[in-house]
Design a binder for this molecule. Structure first.
Ligand code: GLN
Length: 212
């Protein structure tokens, strides 16, 4: 483990925390730690919100009094990266969410929860992601959201192709934005932490290093 350099926390309430810690650990020049207390959230240089279940994470954020500390850090410009459920939590608005589901903000987008899940529970394809060099990224979508609307300050980094890389028909997902960035906040509807390809985490580590 790297002992110097910026520290990136992985919100460790629920979801694929270990996979994000592993992916960050190999992205170079940063220290990756699990965080679950307000004091820990206050001290990290960046935060990853993992894939999992956004409604459960939202509830636990409330139970552990982490909603306000996290919202405050995001409003203050802390770099953050959310995958899947993490994207949902960072969004300013969720469609098909639970009525009591809480949003952290940080990303001026409207996402539709379980959007892919209406047709197929999971979908995989190769995706070109702006800012990620070296060829397409394998994108694994698991009951994933997509971005229905993005504010003017949001950069769309990737959209679902009209035909999947293995010839699959993505149906209504075709053309939807599934990777976005707004300032220091990055989000993907898919799970790069599950494929062993560290390039999306390296992109985020670069944002953290630039800010820290
Ligand atoms: N459907 C989940 C949610 O609403 C997200 C799924 C995932 O993170 N793989 O949070």
């Amino acid at each position: 483990m790297i002992e110097s350099g910026p520290t990136v926390g992985v919100l460790a309430l629920q979801g694929d925390v270990r996979e994000h810690l592993a992916a960050l650990g190999s992205s170079g020049g940063i220290r990756a730690v699990p965080v679950r207390r307000a004091s820990e959230i206050e001290s990290v240089d960046g935060l990853v919100i993992p894939g999992g279940e956004s409604t459960t994470m939202s509830r636990l954020l409330g139970v552990f009094d982490l909603l306000e500390p996290l919202r405050a850090r995001l409003a203050g410009g802390m770099p953050a990266y959310g995958s899947c459920a993490g994207m949902i939590l960072l969004a300013s608005e969720v469609l098909d969410g639970r009525p009591d589901q809480q949003q952290l903000g940080g990303l001026d987008v409207v996402v539709r929860r379980n959007a892919f899940g209406r047709q197929v529970d999971s979908f995989e394809t190769d995706l070109d992601v702006a800012g990620v060099d070296g060829g397409p990224v394998r994108a694994v979508f698991i009951r994933a959201p997509w971005v229905e609307k993005a504010g003017a300050d949001v950069e769309v980094l990737a959209t679902v192709p009209a035909v999947g890389s293995e010839g699959q028909d993505p149906g209504a997902a075709a053309g939807r934005a599934v990777a976005v960035r707004q300032g220091n906040v990055l989000a993907t509807a898919f799970h790069p932490e599950l494929t062993g390809d560290g390039r999306v985490h390296a992109l985020f580590a670069g944002i953290v290093r630039a800010v820290a």
